[in-house]
Structure formats: C-alpha cells, structure tokens
Design a protein around this ligand. Structure first.
Ligand code: AMP
Length: 411
C-alpha cells in the first residue's frame, strides 16, 4: 500500500516522497492509521524499522499548520537521537509551514530559548534540558496535544524516568500519547498505565531478535590478542563503514588512537566528548570522511547512520538488550550487514546471557591466517576440537570463515 492511502496529508506524502521512501515499512503501515485515529500507541519494534516516520507522519498531519504554539513534544534519551529525530521531522514537514526545534544539554541556552519564545510547533528534547527551560519560564507544556516517549527503556536505564514523569504531568490530560520501547520492563509497564489511555500495541517481529538482515558471529580470542585480532579483522574485511563498540570511554579512546596509528580514518563518540566533538564525529562518519566510528553504548540505540556495513563489538555488551541494539546499527532498512563480537574467556557469562535473550547460539568462527594463541574458549565445541587436534600435530590453525582477499573498498 502506498503512503498516499494511509490518510496522511498531501504535504506529508510529498515530504515522504522527497525523502525517497517508496512504500511504508510494517510498523508504519500499522501505526500510522492508529495514530491518525487518535489512539494511544505502544510501539515495540526492532531498531531501524522506520519508527520515527511511524509517529512523526501522523502527528505532523494532525498538526496541519503552524499556530505558533507548541502542540507536540517528542522526548528522546540522548542528544544524538534528539538531533536525528528533529532532522527527520523537519524533512518530513518541509512542504508544510510547521516548525520543529530541538532542545538538549551540552550547548548554550540562547538559540533554544529564542526558538521557544518565537513559537515552535514541535519540540524534540532530552528530559533534563527541557525541564531547565520550563523552570526558567521559557517553555510551557499546557498545549501539548501529542506526546511521544521514544526509546522509553533507554530513558529508564539512564535514570530519566523521574524527569519524564515531571514532564508528563505538565502536559494536557487529554493529549494523545505514543511510547516506543524495545523491551517493556515492569517500570515501563507502570509508566504506560500512568501516562496512556487504552493503548493499542504494535509489535513488529520478535522483540528480542536482532534484525534478520544481520549476519552475526563471535570471534573467540585470548585477552592479550584482542587488539591484534581487531586490526587483522579490519585488514581482511571488505567494509564501507564500521562501528566499533567498547565498554568504557577510556577503552574507546585507546582503540581510536590505536587505529589512527594504523592509518584508519577514525572518529570517537562517547559522553566525555564535547557536544561539538560528538557532532563532528557523527557528521564525519555519515559523510564517509571517517570509515571507522569507535563508540560506547551511547551510540548503540536508535542512531541512524545509513550504510553501516559492519558492527564490531570489541567488548561484549554487559546487557543482552545492548547486544541487539548495537548490532541493529547495521542491516537497517532492508540493507544487510555483518556484526562481529570479540569474546575472551571472562565474557562467557555475558555471551550465555545474550544467547538466552535472543534465543539462539551465535556461531563461533576464526579469522583466516591469524596467528592465534590458545584460549580455553577453543575447547567450547566440536569444530574447536578439530583445531586442538591440529594444534597437537603442530599445524597452524585455519579459520572456518574466509573473507576473500585483503582489500578494502573506500568510499
Ligand atoms: P528509524 O527506525 O526511524 O530510525 O529508521 C531507520 C532508517 O530507515 C532511516 O534511515 C529511515 O530514513 C529509513 N526509512 C524509514 N522508513 C522508510 C521507508 N518507508 N522506506 C525507506 N526507508 C525508510
């Protein structure tokens, strides 16, 4: 079914067409008519499924034209997501006269205050900065008719729920509310009961499974060979753009430095970097100026970077949901991608938790021509026993996975 049959305004259909979208994704097909009908909607969909348009298009249709009063509020857990959703909404709304503005911390108040004072129709915000503007008397929420709580489970993880509650309390009682969350832990269940009226749930695909278009594998390795294996992987893999996830900011910086020394064009993204540095890192990565983005989990959720061909988990994520979110950075919107996870012996417990969470075992493989040291992980299964037999006979291990000639495609 084309976008023009979903009940969206002609300006929004035109806006979507200008973005190059041909037909709605499953979540858009289901959520757009529901939101247009005025229902509260809970969206539970894999990342990269098109959920931004699923709420943005019907809300912008219902707003129709600018009144100079803020009537829609979208809450996001991170600055990057807020900026991304603002850009998407502006693009969708380009054939309307609706104004969309973004409010987040880490930057000055002036421009945001100005936008609030001159009247904006849609605010996309992170909770803390929005509350600052409210307490300073620059922003009121009494006219909010449409409220979206995006990435609600992430807001919970980041400790934002008390702020979210304060914000919801300030919005109109008869508003329409949409909530998006990859998982619905009990705290989110309570928030739903408290903020939503008779919501309809739209669930696309199994909530816990990674996108089907992503091929994901584990590389067992000895701890002190991790960075060598990472470099060897980058040398052998045909990639366009890679995101490498690290556990801590410090490790992200260290890996960033290491890869720079190895002549990779690298950007580093984590919360200790200034807002300007974060924006430059993302922009450069999106433009193709950086081929590698090294990041902590701040970049794991919802960030939309087109054409990420590979995700590498340099460190196994501590929370199973983060695994799904991290590898969701690749294989977005029908594209395919690969996700590699480096695993050391101490990671066994976390990997087991991830496999329980996604409901299947992740394939273990070895890199061709890499001079592996022994790790107990190689005793894990039958294939690995073959390796040990070879090792006993003094034969260098060969991997079960071949990437082809060591050549990288540059953009
Ligand atoms: P989201 O899940 O909203 O972050 O969207 C993920 C990516 O899919 C973004 O790059 C969108 O621009 C893209 N996208 C969303 N909806 C569609 C569609 N109907 N057709 C093609 N691409 C889409």
């Amino acid at each position: 079914m084309p976008f023009s049959h979903l009940g969206l305004s002609p300006e929004l259909v035109e806006g979507v067409r200008a973005m190059g979208y041909v037909e709605p994704t499953p979540i858009q097909l289901r959520a757009i008519p529901l939101v247009l009908s005025g229902r509260d909607v809970i969206g539970s969909a894999q990342t990269g499924t098109g959920k931004t348009a699923a709420f943005a298009l019907p809300i912008l249709t219902k707003l129709q034209r600018s009144t100079g009063v803020t009537r829609a509020l979208i809450l996001e857990p991170t600055r990057e997501l807020a900026a991304q959703v603002e850009t998407a909404m502006r693009d969708f709304a380009r054939f309307t006269n609706l104004r969309v503005d973004v409010m987040f911390g880490g930057v000055g108040y002036g421009k945001q205050r100005q936008a609030l004072r001159t009247g904006t129709d849609v605010i996309v915000a992170t909770p803390g900065r929005l509350l600052d503007h409210i307490s300073q008397g620059d922003c009121r929420l009494d006219n909010i008719e449409f409220l979206v709580l995006d990435e609600a489970d992430r807001m919970l993880d980041m400790g934002f729920l008390p702020d979210v509650r304060k914000i919801v309390q300030k919005c109109r009682q008869d508003r329409q509310t949409c909530l998006f969350s990859a998982t619905i832990p009990p705290e989110i269940g309570t928030l739903i009961k408290w903020t939503m009226r008779n919501p309809e749930t739209v669930e696309i695909g199994t909530r816990r499974s990674p996108a089907e278009t992503v091929k994901h594998v584990i590389y067992p390795v000895a701890d002190d060979q991790k960075s060598d294996l990472l470099r060897a992987l980058l040398d052998q893999v045909h990639y366009d753009s890679v995101i490498i996830f690290c556990r801590t900011k410090h490790r992200a910086d260290r890996i960033g430095q290491l890869l720079k020394k190895n002549n990779h064009a690298v950007a580093v993204l984590h919360s200790n970097r200034t807002q300007r540095e974060r924006e430059q890192a993302l922009k450069g990565f999106r433009d193709g100026r950086f081929e590698v983005l090294v990041a902590t989990d701040i970049a794991a959720r919802g960030l939309d970077v087109a054409e990420v061909s590979h995700v590498i988990n340099y460190d196994v994520p501590q929370h199973p949901e983060d695994y799904v979110h991290r590898i969701g950075r690749t294989g977005r919107a029908q594209a395919t991608g690969d996700a590699f996870t480096l695993m050391v012996a101490e990671d066994a417990k976390h990997v087991a938790a991830i496999e329980r969470f996604i409901g299947k075992k992740i394939e273990r493989i070895k890199l061709e021509n890499f001079n592996y040291k022994y790790t107990a992980l190689f005793d894990e299964d039958k294939d690995q026993r073959t390796y040990n037999e070879k090792r006993v006979r003094g034969v260098r291990m060969s991997g079960g996975y071949f990437f082809g000639p060591a050549k990288r495609r540059k953009r």
